[in-house]
Design a protein around this ligand. Structure first.
Ligand code: NI
Length: 281
């Protein structure tokens, strides 16, 4: 009796613990467990992909989008009856100075237009995406910064095609505006480029002075309603000038806009092969 009693108590003991949900499903519905695992696994993978695609490795990234969204609402409301200027930055994006400039523009809730080189964009695709995501205008400064006025039509075409393919691969679209290097173009070059040509009316000469105070002083001495201000985001001294310049422009009553916003506010329909220096009222 005692032996059989021990045996039966052991049997009761072994049966006693409740099996986990998965173990019970495994026995009764093995396919259901598989479906549950697939659903959970897919959700985890999608979550991971979202982080990889939308993130730039910058933890403050998401915070910066909000102020620019408010900029869009603000400018839609007031652009038409304001004094306007467009800040434009050539020759980037640089891996070091351009993100710092984007931080400043975000803090100041200020839009800009970037005339990027395809060769630089190819090396810094995340910065190109970030500029567009934060409501700036991304335009082309060609692929290799060659003097188009001295190239054959075939060489210009090759450069333009390569730049377009770089920007398309990063942003999904080719740039709608172009600033040829040194502002140089001919009728033939403009035909090959095939977009409106945007030059400038205020040259800060930032590449020459490499002095933030001189950059601000030069810009403010020449600025006018509808001005397109030329700067270069590859120089840290130029980026240093931006907070003061934005404050000075706003104090003088100017609202900042991208080139396309500026043209639209002045009811100017940008046309391919045409050259624009400014957008005076
Ligand atoms: Ni340039």
């Amino acid at each position: 009796m005692s032996t059989s009693g021990k045996a039966s108590s052991r049997t009761r003991f072994e049966k006693a613990p409740r099996r986990s949900l998965f173990r019970r499903l495994d026995i009764r519905l093995p396919w259901l467990k598989l479906v549950l695992l697939c659903v959970v696994g897919t959700a985890a993978i999608l979550d991971l992909c979202d982080l990889t695609i939308s993130g730039t490795g910058d933890p403050t990234n998401k915070i910066r989008v909000a102020p620019m969204a408010s900029h869009v609402r603000a400018t839609e409301r007031v652009l038409e009856d304001k004094k306007l200027v467009a800040l434009t930055f050539d020759d980037g994006p640089s891996a070091t100075t351009t993100p710092r400039l984007l931080d400043i523009l975000s803090q100041k809730d200020a839009p800009a237009t970037f005339f990027m080189l395809g060769s630089m964009a190819r090396n810094n695709p995340d910065i190109v995406k970030r500029a567009k995501r934060e409501w700036h205008e991304v335009a082309s400064h060609t692929m290799y910064h060659q003097n188009f006025a001295r190239l054959t039509a075939a060489a210009v075409q090759a450069d333009v095609d390569e730049a377009n393919s770089v920007f398309k691969s990063i942003l999904g679209v080719a740039p709608a505006l172009t600033r040829p290097p040194y502002g140089n173009s001919t009728d033939g070059v403009r035909k090959v480029i095939g977009t409106p040509i945007i030059l400038w009316s205020v040259d800060t000469l930032d590449w020459q002075s490499r002095d933030p105070e001189a950059v601000v002083a030069t810009a403010m001495s020449q600025v006018h309603d509808g001005a397109v201000i030329l700067m270069h985001d590859i120089y840290s001294t130029s980026v240093d000038a931006v907070p003061t310049l934005i404050d000075a422009l706003r104090e003088a009553g100017y609202e900042l806009a991208t080139v396309s916003e500026l043209a639209k506010a002045r009811s100017i329909k940008l046309r391919s092969e045409s050259v624009y220096y400014n957008f005076r009222p």
